[in-house]
Design a protein around this ligand. Structure first.
Ligand code: ADP
Length: 288
């Protein structure tokens, strides 16, 4: 059934007879309940479970293939430190890291839905955190050139602030893996940080790519849970939860996240992060 504007409408209908004192049915009660929202949630959940299945299947298949190869090498008495075996082991490590990341994302999503996602803001060095994420990603990405750009600080310096380094790493890894994933032709991925002595208790971080970009009409929706741009090449896999989690985690830090993008030439995600121990009123939903 459709509404007058053409949108589908799902109704749950139930009925019951009303009996007269004579024992005959005298009237009936009909109840029509609009369950469109529940049906839509159910559809979203099914699509998500199917996407999770696809996302998990690829790394598991790769790990299984390489593990079988190693068993075969061992049975044949081959040297397990040879180049083929080492390549198999390193592929297994890469895919296991991917699986661990996916599982962590899903757990974070479920915690954030049950409102028991906590962040622990503690003194940490922002430059070291950024450097570690870029270095970690650079070792797994060969087609992209990853670079760290610092404004107002040197790589050899520290920028101490109060934030949850593990959660910030999760956000930056998401933004960087998106930058790589949505730049299928390769190119540069720039991770930047600007700090000024005039505003010492905050930092601006960005992740810039030269990829496919985002259509203006899609930009307001991409931070929504399970949302994926409609024109995406189906070969680019994803669950549509990374940006929703990133926004949730940054908001809990009292910060904000936004994007600027041009279709066909790339996107830049900006994270504004307060560094001070005490968040101002209204900043962050969780305090230390
Ligand atoms: P996923 O990447 O798993 O689909 P995300 O929540 O991380 O989920 O991103 C939501 C959507 O935003 C993506 O499906 C994609 O359409 C768009 N998007 C995110 N990052 C980029 C980027 N760097 N370039 C182009 N599109 C992007």
């Amino acid at each position: 059934m459709n509404r007058p504007d053409g949108r589908p409408l799902f109704l749950l209908c139930s009925s019951a007879p009303l009996w007269a004192a004579t024992g005959e049915i005298s009237e009936a009660v009909l109840v029509f309940q609009d369950i469109t929202q529940q049906v839509s949630l159910e559809q979203q959940k099914n699509a998500f479970i199917s996407a999770v299945g696809h996302e998990l299947r690829t790394p598991v298949t790769v790990i299984q293939g390489y593990a079988e190869l190693l068993v075969q090498h061992a049975r044949q008495g081959q040297d397990l430190t040879g180049p083929m075996s080492l390549r198999a082991t390193s592929m297994m490590v890469t895919q296991t890291t991917l699986l661990a990341h996916l599982i962590e994302e899903m757990l974070t999503l479920s915690r954030s839905e049950q409102t028991d996602l906590t962040i622990t803001r503690a003194p940490a060095d922002l430059i070291a955190t950024l450097g570690a994420v870029v270095e970690g990603m650079a070792s797994t990405s060969t087609r992209h050139h990853l670079r760290l750009v610092l404004e107002g600080k040197q790589e050899s310096e520290q920028l101490r602030g109060w934030f949850d380094a593990a959660r910030l790493t999760q956000v930056l890894s998401n933004l960087m893996s998106n930058a790589i994933k949505y730049s299928p032709a390769g190119g540069e991925v720039e991770v930047g940080m600007r700090w000024t002595p005039e505003l010492p208790e905050e930092a601006l971080i960005w992740v810039r790519d030269q990829g496919i970009g985002i259509a203006p009409a899609e930009i307001p929706a991409i931070f929504q849970r399970y949302y994926r741009a409609s024109s995406l090449d189906p070969s680019i896999s994803g669950l549509g939860i990374g940006l929703a989690l990133a926004r949730d985690l940054i908001t809990r830090h009292g910060g904000s996240i936004r994007v600027e993008s041009t279709e066909g030439s790339g996107s830049t995600f900006f994270v504004w992060l307060p560094l001070s121990q005490h968040l101002k009123n209204g900043q962050g939903r969780e305090q230390v």
